[in-house]
Design a protein around this ligand. Structure first.
Ligand code: IVH
Length: 687
């Protein structure tokens, strides 16, 4: 925030900020089309508020810094709230949270109150007004004083009771809470939109806002919104409450959904700890939250603390670090993967988002760049949520410089060979199909050494590029003949580190077969199919030499993967690669073990071929694993739950009630544990 003590400069800046904040307020609250991420808006609003505090003579009652939300629109009738719907002040970090707590304690004459911490739902504030237990009105917050009447739309939300229940229903009761769109609904709607070629919804909050603004309640109903209640408004003819917790219990008793994630906390240290815990687990819920709301529990203490012009002093919103920020898009480049697939990515002015500094973000593919129409020089929104890789959401069009042109996807590979890129019809990816592309070669080796594959410590991208650049290595098989003498002269290496790398390369020859299969980097062949293939065939050669049908019969493999393996193995260069890996001592699985396993399997009659047998409770003479193995050894499957496809349910002592109930509804035959052996030998339900 720029520090300014010059009144003239401050006046100019305040004018500029007011117009920006008002503009973004309108986009967010009235049009449901925010252009800036919340975090960027907050930066502007905070600067404005700070300046107005520093220069009180320049403050104005109608400043957008002093008001909440937006004006009511013309589509819905205005509703004056019986009690205003205020906003909350924000704490952006632990320091601001403690500063708030200090003010609270001071306001209470030194008493540390009990705090209640709730989730801060990222949806839309809503006030539900019930008269004599009937839902009479649902209103948005609007500017805090006057909102919009969206009763017909809110009445379609299943979570919102149309009639309250319980014995103590007040004559009038206003319940405030948040309307939101569950993440799963958001994702499934977006899949539908994408399939229909429609512009996707930006985020669940926006989607919820847009859904409530529908003129036709049937449209709102299709959006499957939900609701959490968190506060009482006007109450006439109801009980007296002493604490917030009491009032929430009361709200829940009326039949409204109150979120279970509520904590009563007695110290600010525990409040802070809880905020950090929630932050780390923010994506574990089925809905979006953007912070934690901390409230003073005791209502008499709240009375003492009162309100500022825009928010209560007895509550604060601890905001999580933003997952979206804007930054400058410096350039768009294209990377080439190990299969030749090209991925456009954004080179960014570094920005702190989602807990780390981001300077590159994916743009996925050609169509995505065209669709988003991001151009070098644009200010773009960057998103990084949880462990997900950072991505460019889109440009901020109002900040686009003049004279930019849509970005063109390159026609040639960025590698020194600059071979022509191809995009097959019906495919989203543009590929480099040059078999000797040096970028693909490097990526294949990097993948070979990566954690999920051969896990070779010290063999990362930088070293691989050096090794291929020095022509010491052409493919992954070559790394096994590297010597410390060859590695030592490379940049960043000395004798001990060179020896260490040779040792870790050698050590990788013992990796289990599934890892070796994965490391080959065959298109479509990932870790789980590798695991299944290794378990079925026992050796790398057997996997490669099996027929397509044999491979695709393996559970979790299928035709696409099987055919890809077949095509890969057909190529002489790949066979040569395999031969050299074998010669280097890489584990290909034991032929003797595989043969023994096959013989054992052949000896056991496959009585349960293709049949699913579920076991519940104890089977005399077997532990759980042995019972399952006995089924699998006879060609059957032993899933953990009963479905319509289940052949039999074996029931022993301590059987699960839900499995039995499921079997009954599905008409699944039930076999007592004592007759398990009979089931195994005959493959029939014992009569
Ligand atoms: S209490 C007077 N509790 O956050 C206190 N608000 O930034 C009124 N919000 O307008 C609000 N979760 O839309 C409260 N557990 C929660 C909340 C919550 C989300 C929203 C609400 C409010 C905004 C303020």
């Amino acid at each position: 925030m720029p520090e300014t003590h010059d009144a003239a400069a401050a006046r100019d800046r305040i004018t500029e900020l007011r117009s920006q904040v008002a503009h973004h307020n309108r986009l967010y609250h009235e049009l449901d089309e925010p252009e800036l991420p919340d975090a960027d808006y907050d930066v502007l609003a905070r600067e404005l508020r700070a300046l107005e505090a520093e220069f009180p003579e320049l403050a104005a009652a109608d400043s957008p810094a002093q008001t909440v939300g937006g004006a009511a629109s013309a589509t819905f009738a205005p509703v004056t709230h019986a009690e205003p719907m205020t906003s909350l002040d924000n704490a952006m970090d632990g320091d601001e949270l403690r500063a708030w707590a200090d003010r609270v304690v001071k306001g209470l004459g030194g008493v540390v109150p009990r705090f209640v911490a709730e989730l801060k739902f990222d949806g839309l504030a809503m006030s539900l007004r019930y008269e004599h237990g009937e839902l009479m009105q649902a209103a948005t917050r609007g500017d805090g004083r006057v909102g919009e009447d969206v009763t017909a739309n809110v009445a379609t939300i299943e979570d919102v009771p149309k009639r309250l229940v319980g014995v103590a229903v007040p004559r009038i009761v206003e319940v405030r809470g948040e309307v939101y769109m569950p993440t799963a609904v958001f994702e499934s709607l977006n899949e539908e939109y994408e399939a229909a070629g429609l512009r996707p919804l930006v985020n669940p909050r926006n989607a919820a806002a847009g859904s409530l603004r529908q003129k036709d309640p049937n449209m709102t109903a299709k959006r499957r919104l939900s609701f959490w209640a968190y506060q009482l408004g006007e109450v006439v003819g109801g009980p007296e409450f002493r604490s917030h917790q009491d009032s929430l219990d009361f709200i829940a008793g009326l039949g409204l959904p109150v979120n279970p994630e509520i904590r009563a906390l007695d110290t600010i240290a525990s409040v802070e700890e809880y905020c950090l815990f929630r932050q780390a687990h923010r994506h574990d819920l089925g809905y979006e939250i953007d912070g934690v709301v901390i409230k003073v529990d005791d209502l008499a203490q709240r009375e003492l603390l009162g309100f500022t012009a825009r928010a209560p002093r007895w509550a604060i919103a601890y905001k999580f670090p933003p997952e979206e920020r804007t930054t400058l898009l410096r350039a768009i480049q294209v990377s080439v993967g190990r299969t030749g697939r090209t991925t456009p990515f954004a080179v960014l002015e570094p920005v702190f988002v989602g807990g780390s500094t981001v300077s590159m973000a994916t743009l996925h593919n050609q169509d995505q760049v065209a669709f988003k129409d991001v151009r070098p020089g644009d200010t773009v929104t960057v998103r990084k949520a949880g462990d997900v890789i950072p991505e460019v959401v889109g440009p901020v069009l109002s900040l686009r410089p003049e004279g930019t042109e849509p970005w063109q996807f390159p026609t040639t590979c960025p590698c020194p060979l600059a071979s022509t890129l191809v995009r097959l019809e019906g495919e989203a990816d543009t590929r480099c199909v040059e078999p000797v592309c040096p970028f693909q070669r490097d990526q294949k080796i990097i993948y070979w050494a990566s954690r999920g594959a051969m896990d070779i410590e010290g063999l990362g991208e930088r070293t691989v590029v050096q090794l291929t650049g020095a022509e010491l290595v052409r493919d992954a098989a070559d790394i096994y003949s590297l010597t410390a003498d060859q590695i030592e002269p490379l940049e960043g290496f000395a004798r001990p580190s060179a020896e260490k790398l040779v040792a870790s390369i050698q050590e990788s020859t013992d990796r289990p077969l599934p890892k070796v299969l994965t490391a080959l980097g065959i298109k479509h062949l990932g870790p789980s199919a590798s695991l299944a293939l290794a378990a079925e065939f026992g050796t790398l050669r057997r996997v490669m030499e099996a027929t397509d049908d044999e491979r695709s019969a393996v559970d979790g493999v299928g035709g696409v993967i099987s055919a890809a393996i077949g095509r890969w193995y057909e190529r002489p260069s790949n066979q040569d690669f395999i031969d050299r890996l074998e010669a280097a001592g890489v584990n290909f699985g034991s032929e003797a073990e595989a043969a023994a396993r096959e013989a054992a399997r052949a000896a056991i009659e496959q009585t349960l071929e293709g049949k699913a047998v579920v076991v519940t409770g104890t089977v005399p003479g077997y532990n759980r694993e042995e019972a399952e193995q006995a089924i699998v050894a006879r060609g059957g499957k032993s899933p953990g739950s009963v479905s319509k496809k289940t052949f039999a349910l074996v029931v022993g002592d301590g059987a699960g009630a839900s499995k039995l109930a499921k079997a009954e509804t599905n008409g699944t035959p039930v076999v007592p544990a004592e007759r398990f052996a009979e089931l195994l030998t005959t493959g029939e339900i014992p009569s």
